[in-house]
Design a binder for this molecule. Structure first.
Ligand code: SF4
Ligand code: SF4
Ligand code: SF4
Length: 260
């Protein structure tokens, strides 16, 4: 079953309870943060409208970060994008590849929301969802989350003429489905995030295995050459030993002759 989050930006009041709950619940160090809120004002005076950008992992089905990760530290599970920081080599490819600018390098390793994998795995809910006082966040079966997003949009049409669901199709379908009061660009969200470039797929699935194969072949080759060199060396030592023995034997017989 694919899981997903609902983030209703018509309800988010920018209280930052989710930010703090995420940091505390996941015991994140001070410099690490998986949710970022930015206050913004739109419109022209005197018709200014205040609001928030709420940046966090979008859990793309076709996740560019997963596609480029050479170590498997980033991977898909239950429709969500997980990160095993212990397996991260710190190459930074995911930081460059993500169309939403989500992964950040912290302490030489990638850092991003893993959808509270351990907490949810133990039967709990993501900390941010549990804490949100405005019912802006929900978590559950993706089909149900999508249905909830569509029903909220239908109910909000009069209040927000441009209200829309974001995430049904973007990047192969997102694991974070948003209810947006306006066009995505107004909240600094790409309307149509680029898909994983073909070059990335070629690099990941063809060039990288071939180069790893070449490295392995080089290692095997070096090993074979080493064995051959060792064998030659042992043969030389044996030959010297035999020559030495033969010399001693000859010397021994000569002195015996002299003694006579
Ligand atoms: S920085 Fe880590 S998680 Fe990101 S692509 Fe490299 S190995 Fe993978
Ligand atoms: S799902 Fe968990 S890790 Fe992700 S933002 Fe919410 S609290 Fe943080
Ligand atoms: S806890 Fe809920 S209302 Fe508060 S900032 Fe987070 S998403 Fe918005």
């Amino acid at each position: 079953m694919a899981s997903a989050f609902l983030l209703d930006m018509t309800r988010c009041i920018g209280c930052e309870a989710c930010v703090l709950a995420c940091k505390a619940g996941n015991e994140l160090p001070v410099e690490m943060q998986y949710i970022e809120l930015i206050e913004r004002t739109s419109g022209t005076f005197p018709n200014l409208v205040g609001g928030f950008e709420n940046h966090r992992c979008y859990h793309c089905t076709d996740a560019a970060c997963v596609a480029v990760c050479p170590t498997g530290a980033l991977f898909k599970e239950d429709g969500l994008t997980r990160l095993d920081r212990d397996a991260c080599s710190g190459c930074g490819y995911c930081v460059q590849a993500c169309p939403y600018g989500v992964p950040k390098m912290v302490g030489g390793r990638s850092s991003k929301c893993d959808a509270c994998a351990s907490n949810v795995g133990a039967g709990g809910s993501p900390w941010c969802v549990t804490t949100c006082p405005a019912q802006a966040l929900q978590f559950g079966d993706r089909e149900k989350i999508l249905a909830e997003a569509k029903s909220r949009v239908a109910a909000l049409k009069d209040r927000y003429p441009k209200v829309q669901v974001y995430g049904e199709t973007q990047a192969g379908g997102l694991g974070l489905v948003l209810v947006l009061p306006d066009d995505p660009e107004t909240l600094d969200i790409p309307a149509d995030p680029p898909l994983v470039p073909v070059t990335v797929d070629v690099w990941k699935h063809i060039v990288q295995p071939v180069s790893m194969g070449a490295t392995a072949l080089a290692a095997v080759g070096a090993g074979v050459l080493g064995v051959i060199a060792r064998r030659n060396h042992l043969a030389e030592l044996k030959e010297l030993e035999e020559q030495e023995k033969a010399g001693v034997a000859a010397g021994g017989s000569e002195s015996t002759e002299e003694e006579r």
